[in-house]
Write a protein that binds this ligand. Sequence first.
Ligand SMILES: Cc1ncc(C[n+]2csc(CCOP(=O)(O)OP(=O)(O)O)c2C)c(N)n1
Ligand SMILES: [Mg+2]
Length: 317
Amino acid sequence: MATDERLEILRKMHELRFFENECDRLFRQGQVKGPTHLYQGQEAVSVGVCAALRPGDTMTCTYRGHGATLAMGAPLDKTFGEIFGKAGGLCGGKGGSMHLTDAGVGALGSNAIVGAHLPIANGAAFAAMRRGTGAVHACFFGDGSTNIGTFHEALNLASLWKLPVLFICENNLYGEYSPRALTTPIERLADRGISYGMNSLRIDGNEVLTVKEIVEGAAERARSGEGPTLIEAMTYRHQGHSRTDPAPYRPDGELEEWLERDPILLLEGVLESDGVGADDLTRIREEAEKAVADARDTALAWPDPELDERFDHVWAS
Ligand SMILES: Cc1ncc(C[n+]2csc(CCOP(=O)(O)OP(=O)(O)O)c2C)c(N)n1
Ligand SMILES: [Mg+2]
């Protein structure tokens, strides 16, 4: 992969990180209302997956979906605007943090109900298959979602019908406040795909270039009619489950170990050993920080939605 392409991947990861840091700060100041589930630490998964997609491909994700939505190409300012509840937000300010949607870039929606979007992913993939578009669908969900009925129903049908879906399980070791071992009797969640006859892999979700390469292969299989893949990407969320969770249940030293494998540091290490200078790495980080700050200021200045538009786009009659 060309160095420029790797630098763009680094830029995107920085944007996701600065974006979440700003959401965290503004939440504490009362500018972000309601629950907010942050994504710091998991950037390599969505950035790696989405870098392997093509225009026309689609994506669904969870309430921890700021990163995946941005990785698909949703603009920083409109994504901030949605989280701030502004009229200029992606969904006119009516969805908020857990319902980011930007169909124009293939981001078909974030979902607050665990597992709810896996059948929707199948629907998007089925539509692509019937229309012969060659598109694939990337469906992001957490380790906890693999204990939900829709996970099993969706994997079964997708495998049977050879739907072009990439099931991306972001295994961050916790479902809310529970470590995996308290809720799930097996350790390798990718093994659940094997029982549905599905191509199933467990990968290092903090190595963005590995994620991209593996997903390119899985997408190629899906496009050529060989069916879905379940990818269990091992990663870690640096923050608690939501903004109100200080994560006291984590064993001492666990966060520190994962911070040493911060996905941004890992990619910077690869780039440095490829001969990219420290100046270039600093420039990319500073440009990303400025882009996020500018987008935040733009969105904060937008008006709130009009009161008499509050029922628009809420239902169809
Ligand atoms: C059907 C359903 N049950 C319970 C909840 C409450 N809940 C919200 S997040 C969550 C944990 C999900 O964990 P995981 O799938 O690992 O995703 P992560 O938050 O770690 O990204 C639960 C149980 C919910 N939103 N929907
Ligand atoms: Mg989890």
